[in-house]
Design a protein around this ligand. Structure first.
Ligand code: BG6
Length: 486
């Protein structure tokens, strides 16, 4: 719909930006912290590792002061499990409690609301070794004990929580292409595709039960808090007007997004996903009555949305073999359209969309589509916790970073957020990726997302000096005018 007049962004809209601990904190073995599996993952020599990153652990005051200068109303960051409980289970590390108290209080000092993610890909390495990661029921209690510590220590001041970052990407990676998944560390050798899907579904089940359990714990301890999952939510578009391709759209939205969100928000498994698992002989062996009660009785009251790009799909037959996206592992270009899920859908390159240097299709309208689809389905408040386009920025001779491409990208996205609000979706905030530059999950530091430039390269950490980019000043004015001036 094209509107004649537009409603403005609501008062109190949470303008801000996001980071995740393993991509920006560094200090991976300081003050009692033990490593997560992400930090130990081998990284090609030409790319920055996750051990020192951009030193946010030591420089959080400087970083938060810059966020305050931009006018942030919210800062979404993650807490590291292995700082709080270094072994994953067992004694709590007081130094970590002190550290995150300081981070939270620093935000509040400037009127910035902390939005805390409890888990952003960083499983404690010791638990991966001990239990085989999320392929174990033991992880449910381990995770909920860790989260309970966070709610107890920080819940008086943190009123927005997100449980798991993009667990759906992790599961789909295993289903598509176990060997290449950048998120999985302890995968079993699979004899059949059905075994591989079942493994992914069992991990997902433990993760989803753990998620529902901690949602319940938080709501009981802090009834005024909002808590929910973070899902990477590419909306599907049909590759053609063929009716078969509309079915592929339904299946793609279900398997990519609703699988996880229906459990967290509606308290039940999505029926299409369940049929997909049944038909692939992949229903997890270990699902108890008690698990289903936990899922049914503890539902999210917030959905945290990560939107980067859409998926254009056509129907696949059972003769089409499953395969994944082609993700670069040396800092090169990805191809996000090569995926095929046998009998369900295949990706198609959308000729209406431009592609970034790193291979991401760029589509601002997808933002409106996904927000409206999610609000129609769940009628829960939505917050954007990630959105952005990674680009190699240049520090020019004038000592600045003229990132007009980032401003253009974000402006288009914010316009679509406003349209979604006008469509009636309850969008409460916009926190794009990322507050400052940090290390990409698989493409080093050359691929940058931040409003604040961090002066380091993949091979030379230098002093990690912070420099506001042009987008910093543009976003400052967007926030000052509550989105009126874009
Ligand atoms: C999201 C993740 O999927 O994408 C972030 O939650 C990640 O951790 C972001 O950094 C951008 O992707 P990438 O691969 O460029 O770092």
């Amino acid at each position: 719909m094209e509107y004649r007049t537009l409603k403005p962004f609501p008062n109190g809209f949470l303008w801000g930006a996001s980071t995740s601990a393993f991509q920006c904190e560094g200090a991976y073995n300081e003050d009692g912290k033990k490593p997560s599996s992400m930090e130990l993952r081998p990284v090609p020599e030409n790319l920055a590792s996750f051990k020192d990153t951009v030193d946010h652990y030591h420089r959080f005051k400087e970083d938060i002061a810059l966020m305050a200068e931009m006018g942030f109303k919210a800062y979404r960051f993650s807490i590291t499990w292995t700082r709080i409980i270094p072994d994953g289970i067992g004694p709590v590390n007081q130094k970590a409690i002190d550290h995150y108290n300081e981070v939270i209080n620093e935000c509040l000092k400037y009127g910035i609301k902390p939005i805390v993610t409890l888990y952003h890909f960083d499983t404690p390495a010791d638990l991966d070794k001990k239990f085989g990661g999320w392929d174990s029921r033991e992880m449910i209690d381990a995770f909920s004990n860790y989260c309970t510590v966070c709610f107890k220590e920080f819940g008086d001041r943190v009123k927005y929580w997100t449980t798991n970052n993009e667990y759906n990407s992790f599961v789909m990676e295993i289903i598509f292409d176990a060997d290449k998944s950048p998120f999985a560390s302890n995968l079993h050798p699979f004899k059949t595709k059905s075994e591989q899907i079942k493994y992914a579904a069992q991990c997902a089940h433990y993760k989803l039960v753990a998620e529902s359990k901690v949602i319940g714990i938080c709501q009981k301890m802090w009834p005024d808090a909002k808590i929910g999952p973070t899902v990477n939510t590419p909306p599907a578009y049909a590759a053609s007007s063929k009716p078969e391709d509309q079915i592929a759209v339904m299946d793609s939205d279900a398997l990519t997004n609703y699988y996880y969100l229906d459990v967290a928000c509606k308290g039940k498994y999505n029926r299409l996903c369940w049929r997909f698992l049944e038909d692939n002989d992949a229903i997890p062996d270990d699902i108890t009555q008690q698990d289903m009660e936990i899922i049914k009785n503890n539902n999210a009251n917030l959905i945290s949305v990560n939107y980067y790009f859409p998926k254009t799909v056509e129907a696949a037959t059972l003769q089409d073999e499953t395969r994944g996206m082609q993700m670069s592992n040396d800092g090169g270009k990805d191809d996000m359209t090569t995926f095929v899920l046998s009998g369900v859908y295949k990706g198609v390159r959308n000729q209406n969309l431009e592609v970034s240097e790193y291979g991401m299709e760029q589509d601002a309208i997808g933002m409106r589509v996904v927000l409206d689809r999610l609000y129609d389905r769940y009628e829960l408040p939505l917050i954007i916790t990630e959105n952005g386009c990674g680009c190699p920025d240049e520090l020019t001779d004038d000592g600045k970073i003229h990132d007009t491409y980032r401003i253009d990208f974000l402006r288009d996205m914010i316009k679509q957020c406003q349209l979604a609000i006008n469509d009636g979706s309850d969008l409460i905030g916009y926190c794009p990726w990322s507050a400052m530059d940090l290390i990409s999950t698989h493409q080093g530091i050359r691929k940058r997302y931040g409003f604040i430039y961090v002066d380091r390269t993949d091979t030379d950490i230098k002093e990690c000096k912070r420099i506001p980019k042009d987008s910093f000043y543009w976003y400052q004015n967007v926030i000052k005018t509550n989105g009126k001036e874009l």
